[in-house]
Ligand binder design. Structure first.
Ligand code: NAD
Ligand code: ZN
Length: 240
């Protein structure tokens, strides 16, 4: 693959960079995106299930849906796009992966500096007192051993705020990076979708990789249209 000279120069000269990833980077691993054309969740509305209202209305339905998603994700493996980002971590002086994904695949690929904006599907917490619990594989919705509250996945649901400290770290990377690589996100979810804009406003080169154009394409310095799993392994070789 032939990259534009500006892309090569920016990757080579950048000292500090971050990647913002979305569901598209895990699609080649077999994890359905929410807004994908295959409509995997067509009979279920993620907005209704992945929300506090949905949980309060029908916790069993939400727990079942997460059981289903956990079992899909458990069978998957990182793909070449995840591994390429792990390599990039070594070729930059400072590199972070800021992900909207909850699937743990960046960590499984060996990336060390991963900021999980929306939590992790294999972690749980008490919906009442917030006590954290590890992966729980059970059909029945469990209860907290401290307060008896219902246990829920430790992920950020629609309408919920991001953990303050996590968001602060992500904003700091956006403000101080030389390059921001946005991969496989439709950029419809705030505040994650603002991070590339902060980066751009603070002088970073914004490079987008996506199958389709998104709102980010309108201000990105470059958009490369195509599959992340073929483009990223090529891109990661530039920095070496
Ligand atoms: P999205 O589903 O809204 O968008 C996916 C984007 O990826 C699209 O723009 C699509 O064009 C692009 N894409 C798909 N396959 C690609 C490929 N092979 N190469 C390059 N680009 C590709 O995803 P989002 O923006 O991340 O928002 C969805 C929200 O739902 C997020 O908050 C995320 O936490 C959650 N979610 C997570 C997972 C996961 O953890 N794997 C899966 C589904 C949804
Ligand atoms: Zn509790």
């Amino acid at each position: 693959m032939k990259f534009k000279r500006i892309v090569i120069e920016k990757i080579k000269s950048a000292k500090k960079g971050f990647a913002l990833t979305g569901a598209g980077i895990s699609a080649p691993s077999g994890i359905p995106t929410f807004r994908g054309e295959n409509g995997f969740w067509k009979d279920k509305d993620p907005r209704e299930l992945a929300s506090l209202e949905g949980f309060e209305k029908n916790p069993e339905r939400v727990w079942d849906w997460y059981n289903e998603r956990r079992s899909i994700i458990r069978k998957t493996k990182p793909n070449p796009a995840h591994y390429a980002l792990t390599e990039m971590e070594d070729s930059f002086e400072q590199f972070a992966i800021i992900t909207q994904n909850i699937d743990n695949l960046h960590e499984e690929a060996g990336s060390r500096n991963v900021i999980e904006l929306h939590g992790n599907i294999f972690r749980n917490k008490c919906s009442e007192c917030g006590k954290l619990f590890n992966d729980i594989e059970q059909l029945e919705i469990p209860r907290c051993d401290e307060c008896g509250g219902l246990i829920r996945p430790d992920v950020v649901w629609f309408g919920e705020a991001l953990p303050k400290e996590v968001l602060q770290r992500a904003i700091q990377w956006s403000e101080l990076s030389d390059i921001c690589i946005v991969i496989g996100t439709s950029a419809m979810v705030q505040p994650a979708s603002s991070l590339p804009l902060f980066a751009r406003e603070n002088g970073a080169f914004v490079l987008e990789i996506n199958k389709n154009k998104t709102v980010i394409s309108s201000y990105a310095n470059e958009t490369i249209l195509g599959q992340a799993e073929t483009i990223l392994p090529e891109l990661s070789k530039i920095g070496i």
